[in-house]
Design a binder for this molecule. Structure first.
Ligand SMILES: [Cu+2]
Length: 196
């Protein structure tokens, strides 16, 4: 907590760092409570593009997609390894990436390349209750809200940005709320409230 409070001061004192602001965002659901698990992105024209780094995977484990939500940069290859004893049949009808991975069993895997931004809803043809999401984004500033509905991004270039909040329970187009903001050089903090 102490470090968090000191960072804006450090940014002011160190030349060069001042051009990279810290942005903290709190998201509240329509009930006023923290919207844990919401995906929050900050898009900035000068913020660069998220790079594909390392490997990405969503396991099928205990008849569930784990993690439930995976954020990946555009162009990422995501593996779907099956860790269960039963077979799964992973598919999506979503526009950014419709696909169909026919039945495969334990310790087998398949991969899908996500080449367009957007939210890809996952399902399993065998297990209706399995649900998951791949959140494909070009911005490097993308993260899930913690249990307190909170995220923090460092290194955001000051200037005009668009903040987007996505959660399956948000009742608007694409389950997304978008909001324009201006990031001052000293950084800023804001709260986004989801209307009813
Ligand atoms: Cu399944």
């Amino acid at each position: 907590m102490v470090l968090r409070c000191l960072l804006p001061l450090v940014a002011l004192l160190v030349p060069g760092v001042a051009q990279a602001a810290a942005v903290t965002i709190d998201v509240r659901g329509s009930d006023g409570k923290p919207l844990a698990g919401a995906v929050i992105t900050v898009e900035s024209a000068r913020g660069g593009v998220a790079q594909v780094r390392g490997s990405y995977a969503i396991e099928q484990r205990d008849i569930a997609f784990q993690p439930h939500v995976l954020i990946v940069p555009v162009g990422a290859t995501v593996a779907f390894p099956n860790r269960d004893r039963v077979r799964h049949h992973v598919y999506s009808f979503s526009k950014p990436k419709a696909f169909d991975l026919k039945l495969y069993g334990r310790e087998d895997t398949r991969s899908v390349v996500f080449d367009k931004p957007g939210v890809v809803a996952l399902g399993c043809n065998i297990h209706d209750r399995m649900s998951g999401f791949v959140y494909v984004t070009a911005t490097p500033f993308a993260s899930q809200a913690d249990a307190g509905g909170h995220v923090r991004f460092d290194g955001v270039p000051p200037g005009a940005v668009t903040i987007r909040v996505w959660h399956p329970t948000i009742r608007s187009a694409s389950n997304t709320l978008a909001q324009a903001a201006t990031v001052p050089a000293a950084g800023f903090a804001t709260t986004v409230s989801i209307g009813r």
